[in-house]
Each structure stands twice: as structure tokens, then as C-alpha cells.
Design a protein around this ligand. Structure first.
Ligand SMILES: [Zn+2]
Ligand SMILES: [Zn+2]
Length: 359
């Protein structure tokens, strides 16, 4: 009735059946819509840094003409102390590179692999990644500026902001820009006991916002399309500058440019700096340093919230349940990861059994 199976064939069939009907669990499958993928897989690369692609696969001991430019990049963003840089991939550069990979949550290889090169050429915030890391909790990745500066005001804390009347973008309506900043500030005020109001005059504002081109007098010149998108200063400075050369978008349905950058995402990120947060290594966090064009990332993540609440405390009206979907996501990822582990163990055991039978 049934074709006879050899022992090996039987176990091979068994393995195939188990593999077909078991549930391989890959966390990416359950990514909620709100999660933004921030790796630089985009077609749009930053012309400013695209030249760095030629260093792909360079490792310790390599000497490639122009490597000193890449070292300047690492110096600019807080990974290498100032020095006369050569074109040799030396041990100091390797240390800086592994620190960068760790900070950006990339595979730590110590080589200029494709993930690392993609991250390097991604458009990003101009604020340095050097920070005072919080070492209290290994699972938390938010950071503060050195000295942990914050706005100190009598309670209730109210900070005023204003858009520079002379440094706006002509193709954006002022009402659109005002709405975007209102929403961006309200995301932060929802989680901390700090209110933001529009100042009556630009001069009197605590937080002064404007779009600037190239060298604009603060020692941090902008670099044209993509590259550095914006920067803001730590408390209680209040300066918040956006690169006027970007193609700033308020609605991707209307703005079809491949290099369009979402104004609201960058505004929300820079307000984090204005409040005292440095860059986070959580890729989904608003405070992660890079942002791919045509990406919207405006919802604060638990890492952002915990970071800013460590500076200002919690807004009494804030409920952690408002971030419940993210918590569910994190738990689901953890469960799925454990399931994947069990699945991999089962597969290993089966293969071992097959090898034993074959010998
Ligand atoms: Zn930043
Ligand atoms: Zn500036």
C-alpha cells in the first residue's frame, strides 16, 4: 500500500514536514505601521558624503586616498579627537569606527562594510553624537549633553518660541509651518510638565527658530541639499536652525521630490536637543541621528520619553498606556525572538539526528 521508506528518507521527510508546518518567527513581520526604517536603503544618497562609498570594505591597514576626509567626518560628529589626519586606516580610526557602529546600532565589525557606509552617507542632524551616556540602565539608550543641562524655570515651566520673520522658506505657507511647530512642541509637552507658547516677539523668545543657508555665523555652516539637515543648541541656548537648502516637505503627497525631508520629523527631533537630549542609539527613536528622505518619524518612543522625563519629570496627565502599542510591539518582538530561538534549536536537533543516522 505504502512505498517503503529507508530510515534516512523517513527522517528527511520528517524534517521537511516539521519545517514546513512550524512557524518561523521573524520580528520584522510584525512591525507596526508607525515604525520607521531608518537604514540608508534609500535610493537617495547624500551628495555631500556620497564620495565615501569608495571606502567600502576598507579595514585596518588600508590606505585609500581621501580617507582623511572620512576621519574629518568622524571628528565632526564626536568620534575622533582633532589631529592631523592621514589616509591610513589606523587603530585610532578603527576604535572610532567601532564606537560609531555601536552608537548607531549597526553590526560592530570595525570595517567600512556596506551597512556602515550607508549610515555614514545618510542625511543626518548636525549635532555631534558625543554625549553623556546614561549608564544606569543597559537597556536604555537615550543620552544627555555633557553636564546634563536643562531649562531651569519656576513651576509651572513655560518656554516661549518664535519663528524668525526673516529666515523662513518662501514655498511653505506660514500657517503650515506654524501648525507643524505647534504639533511638534505638543508631543514633548504631553510627556513632561513643560508648556510651550508662541512668543509675542522673536527677540523675546526662549527658543528661536529659523532656516539658514551655508555659513550663518554660529560656526556650524550648513552644506546644501541633504548632508546635515538641521541643528539645535543645548539648554538654555534656544537656537534652532534648519538648512534652508533642503527640500522641506509638509505633505509627501504633494511634494514628490526624492530628496524631500519631512519638516515635522526634523522639528520634533531638534526640540529634543533644545530640551537637553543628545542622540539615542535606538533606531526607531525620534532622537536617532539620521533620517532618510521621504520618511516621517514624529511619534515619541519609550526611549525618547524616558530620556526627557529623566530631565523634567513626567506630565501628570501623561499615561504610559498612550505608548501601549509600542509596548505591545516590544513584547511581541521578544516573544517572537524566543520562538525563533526555539525553532532554531529544534532545527539543530533534527539535523544532528539526521547526521547520526547517516553515519
Ligand atoms: Zn540631532
Ligand atoms: Zn546654526
Amino acid at each position: 500500500m505504502f512505498p517503503s521508506l529507508s530510515c534516512d528518507s523517513f527522517f528527511l521527510s520528517l524534517c521537511l514536514c516539521i519545517l514546513c508546518f512550524s512557524r518561523p518567527c521573524f520580528p520584522a513581520r510584525i512591525l507596526p505601521n508607525s515604525v520607521t526604517v531608518l537604514t540608508a536603503a534609500s535610493d537617495v544618497h547624500n551628495a555631500t558624503w556620497r564620495d565615501f562609498e569608495r571606502f567600502l570594505d576598507a579595514g585596518r591597514g588600508s590606505q585609500v586616498s581621501g580617507m582623511s576626509e572620512l576621519k574629518n567626518y568622524f571628528h565632526r560628529f564626536g568620534y575622533l579627537p582633532n589631529s592631523n589626519f592621514t589616509d591610513i586606516f589606523d587603530t585610532d580610526f578603527e576604535s572610532a569606527l567601532t564606537l560609531y557602529q555601536s552608537k548607531l546600532s549597526l553590526p560592530v565589525t570595525g570595517r567600512l562594510d556596506s551597512d556602515t557606509i550607508s549610515a555614514i552617507i545618510s542625511p543626518r542632524c548636525g549635532v555631534s553624537d558625543a554625549s553623556q551616556q546614561t549608564a544606569l540602565h543597559a537597556t536604555r539608550h537615550f543620552a544627555f549633553f555633557n553636564g546634563k543641562p536643562r531649562w531651569v524655570r519656576r513651576n509651572p515651566v513655560t518656554l516661549s518660541y518664535a519663528l524668525s520673520p526673516n529666515n523662513m522658506i518662501s514655498y511653505l505657507s506660514s500657517s503650515d509651518v506654524q501648525d507643524i511647530f505647534r504639533r511638534s512642541f505638543s508631543r514633548w509637552s504631553a510627556v513632561i510638565p513643560v508648556n510651550f507658547t508662541e512668543a509675542e516677539t522673536y527677540e523675546s523668545a526662549d527658543i528661536k527658530i529659523g532656516f539658514y543657508r551655508g555659513d550663518h555665523g554660529d560656526g556650524e555652516p550648513f552644506d546644501g541639499v541633504l548632508g546635515v539637515l538641521a541643528h539645535a543648541f543645548s539648554p538654555e541656548n534656544g537656537r534652532f536652525h534648519l538648512d534652508a537648502a533642503e527640500s522641506w516637505a509638509v505633505d509627501f503627497k504633494k511634494d514628490k521630490s526624492k530628496a524631500a525631508v519631512d519638516l515635522e520629523s526634523v522639528a520634533t527631533h531638534e526640540i529634543g536637543h533644545v530640551l537637553g537630549l543628545a542622540h539615542s542609539s535606538v533606531k526607531g527613536a525620534v532622537m536617532y541621528p539620521s533620517l532618510t528622505p521621504r520618511t516621517k518619524k514624529v511619534d515619541l518612543r519609550i526611549d525618547d520619553v524616558e530620556g526627557v522625563q529623566a530631565l523634567y519629570g513626567s506630565n501628570p496627565n501623561f499615561k504610559i498606556s498612550s505608548l501601549q502599542s509600542e509596548n505591545s510591539y516590544n513584547r511581541a518582538v521578544a516573544l517572537d525572538t524566543r520562538s525563533s530561538f526555539k525553532w532554531a534549536i529544534s532545527l539543530t536537533l533534527l539535523i544532528t539526528l539526521m547526521l547520526r543516522l547517516a553515519t
